[in-house]
Design a binder for this molecule. Structure first.
Ligand SMILES: [Zn+2]
Length: 428
């Protein structure tokens, strides 16, 4: 038995703050809504307090749980489960004991379930968003302006021509060859890491660009290169345009723009295989990471599904953990200063290549399109180029590029500024 009420975050400021001092009363924030609840008898002090906050509901058939789903997988698998708050990727649901058993036997890679965590914020609008004036650095603006929809489109076109990029397929091998060639031509030192995927084997691709400092730190920019078709099986077409040719094209675009520049810190780009089989590439990568690299790892910026516009307002979700709060703040500041993106933040990492890093205590953040649960094409043959919104894609890449450049201390050159002056004169 539990009693709960859902309060708009704006109202919560006054009423909620004092209610939070009531013993036995718990809260959990989902963006612009906060759930207050208490378990046990309804006429307890906490129960009475809940009822002062709004129209409370009582239920004796289950308990509130948190679901983090990729795509809309949980809702599609369990349409009968009662949803208390729908915040897209994050849901508060009510589960009876039987339902807890049923959902924990589902396809675990696509969603995670836990009892609703008390007194935490699951997702919130970023601290920086809209609350201070934009401050831009001319050199970084010039750098960001080099993110090109045309280049991204070309990469996406190629990446979606291999039929499927299933980690064990010929298409994945061909996509890997193409990406390797692109990165080598740009001047990166490219290596492959063999990974096991079930009883088969696949690989991840690692591209290094050394910094100029004597004892450089390390910044990783990552995406998974593989795709999957859950609807029709492993051999079926899986163009994976949004999931995740978009992130892979983003890595290549950042690689292109930073290729010829001098930086202080080491930059490493990683394209993982085996993500769709359960984060296998990133898990095996983190296992094999040397103690030296762990110690000097400044940030991991991961891109997974960054090209589909699912809401009227272009938005990005930054998903990390307390260990990556500093990186989240940097990314949110870059988004505020160099893009038009609305930024949401969550500290509940789930189901992408940032997770193994966070589990190892390393500062990783997933950057993902806002409202990704509204994208129903993921993991089907319909995840095609037609679903890509280039303006959203460019904005998320701009945010990640600027943040990377700040972290590795990219030196912008006279040529950039000259090019910028030239183009502003052309406009006059
Ligand atoms: Zn993905």
């Amino acid at each position: 038995m539990y009693t709960y009420v859902i309060v708009p975050a704006s109202v919560d400021l006054a009423a909620g703050r004092s209610a939070r001092r009531e013993p036995g009363l718990k809260w959990c924030r989902f963006g612009d809504r906060v759930i207050y609840w208490t378990t046990g008898v309804a006429d307890s002090a906490a129960g009475r307090r809940v009822r002062t906050l709004g129209t409370a509901e009582q239920s004796s058939r289950g308990l509130p749980h948190l679901v983090v789903q990729s795509g809309n997988s949980f809702r599609e698998n369990f349409p009968g489960i009662r949803v208390i708050v729908d915040c897209g990727r994050y849901l508060a649901v009510e589960l009876s004991d039987d339902e807890v058993l049923a959902v924990s036997h589902g396809s675990g890679a696509d969603y995670g379930v836990e009892p609703l965590p008390p007194n935490v914020t699951v997702v919130v609008e970023a601290r920086h968003a809209g609350r201070r004036a934009r401050t831009t650095d001319l050199a970084l603006t010039v750098l960001a302006d080099q993110v090109s929809a045309t280049h991204l489109k070309d990469s996406l076109l190629t990446l979606t021509t291999f039929g499927t990029r299933h980690s064990l397929s010929e298409g994945y091998r061909q996509a890997g060859d193409w990406v390797t060639e692109v990165l080598r031509t740009l001047g990166y030192a490219v290596t492959r890491i063999a990974i096991s995927v079930g009883t088969g084997s696949s690989f991840s691709i690692v591209a290094d660009k050394p910094g100029r400092l004597g004892n450089p730190q390390l910044v990783l920019v990552t995406a998974h290169l593989d795709s999957i078709n859950h609807a029709d099986g492993p051999l079926a077409p899986a163009p994976g345009a949004d999931d995740n040719a978009s992130g892979s094209a983003g890595v290549l675009e950042i690689a292109r723009i930073l290729a010829d520049r001098a930086d202080d810190q080491d930059l490493r780009l990683v394209l993982f295989g085996g993500e769709e089989e359960g984060l296998l590439g990133s898990e095996q990568y983190v296992q094999g990471l040397s103690q030296r690299d762990r110690n000097r790892l400044l940030a991991v910026i991961n891109m997974d599904m960054v090209g589909s516009l699912n809401s009227a307002r272009p938005a990005v979700l930054l998903e990390g953990a307390p260990v990556s709060q500093g990186l989240i703040d940097e990314l949110a500041a870059s988004a505020h200063d160099y893009t038009t993106l609305a930024v949401d933040v969550s500290l509940h990492p789930f189901a992408s290549d940032h997770v193994p890093f966070i589990t190892a205590g390393l500062p990783a953040v997933l950057t993902i399109e806002g409202s990704d649960s509204a994208n129903h094409n993921v993991h089907t043959r319909d995840d095609t180029l037609a679903t890509i919104n280039y303006s959203l894609l460019c904005d998320i890449i701009r945010m990640n590029l600027v943040t990377t450049a700040k972290l590795i201390g990219t030196k912008t050159s006279i040529n950039d500024l000259e090019r910028w002056r030239q183009s502003s004169m052309d406009l006059d």
